[in-house]
Design a protein around this ligand. Structure first.
Ligand code: TRP
Length: 332
């Protein structure tokens, strides 16, 4: 019997999950759990690399993440679900890897400089933040993951992980298999104001929004700005609402609303009603399942305790193996 290949991925608890996260990552994670041995974790140490000054939202964000993961269909019977800091071996491997990591490799990861320039309200000139991609490498290598489903923004982190992997294996012998990114191809999900959906812009439809909130958000969402009056014809390609139709509506519905927009045959509200209906049919099963987990920390705790224990067993074996390879195993 060939054993299933291993998939690993993580998310930072840096804000509430939105429909961009759902279609960009979570739905894919759910699919993968049937085909692979999957490890999914909350990267709470990673969120600390930038949120160290105000840690007050992290707890709630972790709970939001876990409730929504489970509601969206991650299944603890199929996948191992855990929290990074509950498996401190990640930190141990991170330390070992840090010894062989040239500073220049970390300094030239694009997200390092970019984020420092972009984020103005936090001081990211820290040791922890520089080490962000290396901590990610430890997360991946410690489970000897074969595939890492991520978005394009994470490709450089996968690249440095592969470089560190080769460097370790060259120095100390083949311990780690080289992981590969499983790129999640998905059209950028526009936010309510037409920019990329992101919690920083406050333009999101959250999985934790109530049906009434979702409806209200879509009803007031930006459309083709040139279509001012009902009788004006519009250009669907200039409307972020149409971009959402491309993700959530059938081909027939897309054609119908595009045609109605161009000819002023339908109004923006008619178009939005179809989108709302389709969003509801994706979100309804999630809302329904959320009820099972919301305000039931004991159920979630049980899942995380079991998942963390399972993860820890693998992680600690890998650290022992790495320690031996480095020959730090005197008297072990
Ligand atoms: N850096 C990832 C992100 O922000 C989160 C992450 C941390 C991760 N460790 C990981 C993703 C390991 C994949 C594998 O999205």
């Amino acid at each position: 019997m060939t054993s299933k290949k291993r998939v690993l991925s993580g998310m930072q608890p840096s804000g509430r999950l939105h429909i961009g996260n759902l279609v960009g990552a979570l739905q894919n994670w759910v699919k993968l759990q049937d085909e692979y041995q999957c490890y999914y974790f909350v990267a709470d140490w990673h969120s600390l690399t930038s949120q160290y000054a105000d840690t007050s939202p992290i707890k709630d964000n972790i709970m939001d993440l876990l409730v929504n993961w489970l509601a969206a269909g991650l299944d603890p019977e199929k996948a191992t679900i855990f929290i990074q800091s509950r498996v401190p071996e990640h930190a141990e491997l991170h330390l070992l890897l840090s010894m062989i990591t040239p500073l220049g490799w970390l300094e030239r990861v694009p997200s390092y400089k970019e984020k420092q320039l972009e984020v103005k309200d936090k001081d990211l000139n820290t040791y922890g933040f520089l080490g962000y991609p290396l901590l990610q490498s430890a997360d991946i290598l410690i489970y000897k993951a074969n595939y890492v489903p991520v978005g394009v923004d994470q490709v450089s982190h996968l690249e440095i992980t592969r470089e560190i992997c080769r460097r370790f294996n060259n120095f100390y012998g083949e311990v780690f298999p080289e992981p590969e990114a499983l790129l999640t191809e998905f059209p950028k999900v526009p936010g309510l104001d037409g920019r990329k959906m992101s919690k920083t812009y406050d333009n999101c439809v959250y999985l934790s929004d109530t049906p009434a909130e979702v409806e209200q958000k879509i009803k007031t969402m930006m459309t083709d700005p040139q279509r001012v009056k009902r009788t004006d014809s519009g250009d669907p390609d200039l409307s972020p609402v149409f971009q959402l139709h491309k993700i959530f509506s059938t081909k027939e519905e897309q054609d119908e609303v595009a045609e109605g927009c161009r000819t002023a045959g339908i109004g923006c509200l008619d178009c939005k009603k179809i989108l709302i209906k389709n969003l509801f049919s994706v979100l309804e099963p999630i809302w329904e399942k959320r009820g099972k987990f919301l305000n039931k920390p004991e159920i979630i705790k049980e899942i995380i305790d079991a998942g963390s224990l399972k993860a820890k067993e693998i992680a600690s074996n890998t650290v022992t193996e790495a320690t031996r390879a480095i020959r730090l195993n005197a008297l072990m």
